[in-house]
Design a protein around this ligand. Structure first.
Ligand code: PMP
Length: 433
């Protein structure tokens, strides 16, 4: 059937038919890059892919084949919308590492924590509602928030994470404007993209402010166990069971291919999340859940996390040393874990317009603009050290330094490059009663 003539265009006959909530959807900065960044000649400091070569593949193959041989009809069948009881039990053991006490009944297994983000937003956010998010914040979360037509309000962060005074001021201003704040979205450990960690005293302060103001905290913590020194900072959820929804994931501590994450939510919220999840996916993959449960049972998974920590620690040190050697005119954060450092380039350079020249020089990064809802970030970029080997990291930073110095020459000759840089502003919030 061909569409009625009228609202469409020659390029997209359904142009006029899309729901309004798709207005905020656009190709992510990371996706647009992926095709180029994945070519072998390019050193990609762009993607956040875990280094899976560090996994015991032979053991995982054995566990998987045993699972299918012994429990194939369960593993390959539909399952519970909330997730397999065994998986939920195991998830509470993993969260205990972050000092969280929880009951398996309050865990909802999801298709990666990305789906948990979707469910939480779906359950809480109406168009125009405000979500507070760090400045900058995770690009994948911003996409979810935009797809539900939320208004994203960034809150300042520094080397110690979210700034409590800025949080207080932002809440007061928004409340005075009559805006409805639905939750604070925070990535407290080894932030994506900023690389910083919310200090312990600040965790208590942030929680205290949110409690006082009646604002839910959504704690997204996929990197929490990946501190380079093996220390684990108690999760915000460990301080408050009623005011925090905690999101976790096996993507970084094991492997993203299983697409398994979870939400731990106060009882009543949990019920809504399960209903929303059933309406979306019926149930998460049983095969993935049972494979992960078997892995956790049969393998020293804590030891494996230590292996990952060692790999990422070395790569982070390599990257920071290379930045100090080749890009001293820039500033960067010093991560204590996770995958990323956040680099600020000299004034006049725009990391978005520079990107094509970087890829031509066979190095890729993600421009800072991807991590803001309001067009900031032109002087920043996210560099990932998780995937390339130390040699490739050194080479990538060397190439990037070459691109930067040429860019500086251009800026000195012609002034800052602003062409084509229309600010990326959000949809205006609808009138709020
Ligand atoms: N939150 C953050 C902060 C992330 O960095 C990521 C992945 N990059 C996710 C959520 C989603 O992870 P997954 O869906 O693989 O669990």
């Amino acid at each position: 059937m061909s569409p009625e003539p009228g609202p469409g265009t020659r390029l997209d006959p359904w142009f006029g038919s899309y729901a309004k909530r798709t207005d905020g959807l656009k190709v992510s900065e990371t996706r647009a890059l992926f095709a180029v960044a994945n070519r072998p000649e390019v050193v990609s400091l762009a993607g956040g892919m875990p280094f899976l070569d560090a996994l015991p593949m032979d053991l995982i193959a054995k566990i998987t084949s045993e699972l299918i041989n012994t429990e194939g009809t369960v593993a390959l069948q539909y399952g519970s919308g909330q997730g397999h009881p065994l998986m939920r039990e195991k998830i509470t053991e993993v969260m205990a590492e972050e000092f969280i006490t929880a009951h398996p009944d309050d865990v909802v297994v999801t298709t990666g924590s990305q789906q948990a983000l979707d469910l939480v937003t779906r359950v809480f956010v109406d168009p125009g509602d405000v979500i507070l998010a760090e400045s900058p914040s995770y690009v994948g979360a911003l996409s979810v928030f935009k797809s539900y037509e939320a208004w994203i309000e960034h809150v300042a962060m520094d080397a110690d994470g979210l700034v409590p005074a800025a949080l207080e001021e932002t809440i007061a201003r928004l409340k005075a404007e009559g805006r409805r704040i639905k939750f604070l979205y925070t990535i407290p450990c080894y932030h994506n993209p900023a690389g910083v960690t919310l200090t312990v005293p600040r965790r208590a302060e942030v929680l205290e402010i949110c409690r006082r103001e009646g604002i839910l905290v959504v704690e997204d913590n996929p990197y929490g166990l990946l501190g380079f020194d093996g220390q684990v900072t108690p999760a915000i959820r460990s301080l408050d069971a009623d005011g925090v929804i905690y999101l976790g994931s096996f993507s970084k501590t094991m492997a993203p291919g299983y697409r398994t994450g979870w939400a731990l939510a106060p009882h009543a919220v949990r019920e809504k999340l399960v209903l929303a999840s059933e309406a979306t996916i019926l149930c998460p993959s049983q095969a993935s859940q049972l494979s992960i449960a078997a892995y956790l049972d049969n393998f020293d998974w804590r030891g494996q996390i230590d292996v990952y920590r060692g790999v990422y620690r070395e790569r982070c040190q390599t990257m920071l040393a290379a930045l100090a050697e080749h890009m001293p005119e820039c500033d960067w954060t010093v991560p204590e874990g996770g995958f990323y450092t956040w680099v600020t380039v000299p004034e006049g350079i725009n990391t978005k317009t520079m990107l094509p020249r970087a890829t031509t020089a066979l190095v890729a990064y993600v421009s800072g603009v991807a991590f803001y809802a309001d067009g900031q970030g032109g002087r920043q970029m996210r560099l990932s050290f998780c995937y390339p080997t130390p040699d490739r990291i050194r080479e990538g930073v060397r190439r990037l330094a070459g691109v930067l110095s040429k860019e500086m020459e251009l800026v000195n000759l012609f002034g800052p490059h602003t062409e084509g840089l229309a600010p990326d502003v959000q949809n205006p919030a609808p009138d709020i009663a």
